[in-house]
Design a protein around this ligand. Structure first.
Ligand code: PRT
Ligand code: ZN
Length: 283
């Protein structure tokens, strides 16, 4: 039995549960419970605030956790990052009031910066040789310059809307982040095997996201050209049609490229292009 720590509520909660669901793992959903078991996988879920997840995993109270990479870097507990999960994407950036002239990181020499991520910021300034006073605050970091608490801020940015609303300009991206799967150091063999099964399910789910399955009929003399347009992961499936002289190609393509590829296939004489959603891509 493996215990995984997930954010109890907030930005990563729903996406983390969705990833488990898509990986075929059923969890009893009862938001008031701290711990719930899976009915079909040897795992239980411990719901925590995201700030507490790295420490809980590091000391082995939970074996695994899903948390923002930013929290892992900030807390600096000893945990193993097993996998980047590609949701909860954001960046940690320095921002200053937009009317200021900003010429580079030296701007921050002798200045004050407000943040909830003092650890990451301290390392960044140290590496750049900049001496800056870091003011740690728990929330509403973006209002600090306007109330005179700091000259600039260091905070999570996603769309950039919050910075714009507060008259701030993003001047340095210090790190990129997404949700990561972390593990306690030294899991025993049984737990490691469950973790590996889980990781391989996550990999399949993540691979199938943004992919479509395409079926297309092409005249045999155009097969080579069609295969240039839709190369597949290994090799596309090629099947003869009852109508001699034609074949069907099946392949997996990125969703963003479907229309472009369909247009190009039509131009070389392909017909009956069918595009299907990818449920799973298990490799
Ligand atoms: O209650 P708990 O402590 O568990 O949650 P929390 O409030 O500390 O965290 P939460 O749920 O806000 O965020 C959890 C994780 O989501 C973060 O640690 C990041 O890894 C990730 N994430 C992704 C974000 C954002 N995007 C995000 N936009 N976390 C916070 N924000 C905030 C940011 O602080 C700023 O106030 O959104 C604002 C900026 O957004 P834009 O779109 O206006 O740029
Ligand atoms: Zn938090």
């Amino acid at each position: 039995m493996l215990r995984i720590a997930l954010q109890s509520k907030g930005r990563l909660n729903e996406k983390s549960l969705e990833l488990l669901r898509e990986s075929g793992i059923s969890i009893e959903e009862n938001s008031r419970r701290l711990l719930s078991k899976s009915s079909n996988f040897p795992m239980e879920v411990l719901y925590l605030r995201d700030d507490d997840i790295p420490q809980t995993v590091s000391c082995g109270i939970a074996d695994l956790g899903i948390v923002g990479f930013n929290e892992v870097m900030e807390r600096n507990y000893s945990v193993e990052v097993l996998k980047h999960l590609e949701f909860g994407k954001c960046r940690l950036s320095l921002a200053v009031p937009k009317y200021l002239d900003y010429a580079g990181p030296e701007f921050f020499n002798g200045k004050k910066v407000a943040t909830s991520y003092p650890g990451i910021l301290k390392s960044y300034f140290k590496e750049k040789g900049i001496s800056c006073e870091i003011r740690e605050i728990a929330g509403s970091v973006e209002i600090s310059p306007s109330i005179g608490l700091a000259d600039g801020i260091f905070d999570i940015v996603s769309s950039g809307g919050t910075l714009v609303q507060n008259g701030l300009a993003e001047v340095e991206v210090v790190m990129e982040s997404d949700a990561v799967l972390i593990a306690a150091p030294g899991l025993d063999e049984e737990k490691r095997q469950i973790a590996e099964t889980l990781m391989s399910r996550f990999t399949s789910v993540l691979r199938s996201r943004g992919k479509k399955y395409i079926l297309v009929n092409v005249p045999n003399e155009k097969i080579d050209e069609a295969l240039q347009i839709i190369p597949s992961m290994k090799s596309p499936t090629l099947l003869p049609l009852a109508d001699k002289g034609w074949s069907a190609i099946h392949a997996v393509v990125d969703e963003s490229e479907v229309w472009d590829k369909a247009d190009r296939l039509k131009k070389i004489g392909a017909e009956d292009i069918v595009v299907l959603s990818m449920e799973k891509l298990i490799i």
